[in-house]
Ligand binder design. Structure first.
Ligand code: BGC
Length: 251
């Protein structure tokens, strides 16, 4: 089975996005398709939208999928921006049944991080690199000398008595109608906390908000180099495809 061109899918809190990825270059070989994440995002509803996305690509083969939860052996262990019905559910089974294709799955932020380490600003960088995705939630992907430490979930460290993502995600910015300056200060507080507990050598910011970096850059006061990720919101799709290829090769 060829393992160069793989459909990567990024399941997010608001959109399910996919494209066929050239895993040698990280480039898209097809149009990126985005479908709305069904609300509530139950297993049955997400699996149906997933299969529609696969059909739209007329694709048959192994699919890589980034999923917004702690993922262990293909099973969701948490659910923050999707239905709680996912907890304990085998994602691989649910999605491969609906799409009639083999599926490999990993946490969505870990997927974005893998792509950024392979084709973006993390390429060849040693030491501790942390990618934070800013979207409906705050996702994290931690790398030590290029090797992923999966399922870190730093968006769930406690701030102001709640998960940090409720305070500093893009969803919080929109729901609370915060200006960029105000939101930037909140995000800075979050990064200062990360600095205290983790001290990474480099922080990369992914997700849609990374395109707006200049709007909040001035608020950031951490003593760590912080840069917007290079691959922007394509990273989750590319990393999902890379993960599928890695899994195929390890079999
Ligand atoms: C989830 C993470 C996910 C992040 C970004 C969080 O709410 O707990 O697993 O990576 O959102 O989607």
């Amino acid at each position: 089975m060829q393992d160069r061109y793989i459909l990567g899918v990024d399941v997010g809190g608001s959109g399910i996005k996919g494209a066929i990825v050239d895993t040698h270059t990280g480039e898209f070989q097809s149009e990126r398709v985005r479908l709305e994440t069904p609300q509530p995002a139950t297993p049955a509803a997400v699996a149906k939208t997933f299969s529609e996305l696969v059909k739209a690509h007329q694709y048959k083969g192994v699919i890589g999928c980034g999923f917004p939860a702690i993922v262990k052996q293909g099973v969701a262990q948490s659910a923050a921006n999707i239905s709680e019905q996912w907890i304990g559910k085998n994602i691989i089974e649910a999605l491969s049944l609906s799409s009639a294709c083999p599926v490999e799955v990993l946490n969505d932020a870990d997927a974005a991080g893998m792509a950024e380490m392979a084709f973006g600003l993390g390429r060849g960088v040693s030491g501790m690199v942390l990618l934070i995705t800013i979207g409906s939630g705050l996702g994290s992907a931690l790398f030590m000398d290029g090797k992923l430490v999966p399922n870190t979930e730093f968006g769930h460290i406690q701030m102001k008595g709640n998960a940090a993502e409720l305070y500093a995600s893009n969803k919080a910015r929109k729901t609370l109608e915060l200006g960029w300056e105000e939101w930037g200060q909140r995000f800075d507080e979050y990064l200062l906390y990360i600095q205290r507990i983790l001290n990474p050598d480099l922080i990369l910011l992914g997700g849609g908000v990374s395109k707006k970096f200049e709007k909040f850059e001035a608020q950031l006061s951490v003593d760590i180099e912080v840069k917007p990720a290079e691959l922007k919101n394509q990273a989750g799709i590319i990393g999902a495809a890379l993960h599928a290829r890695k899994q195929m090769r390890s079999r």
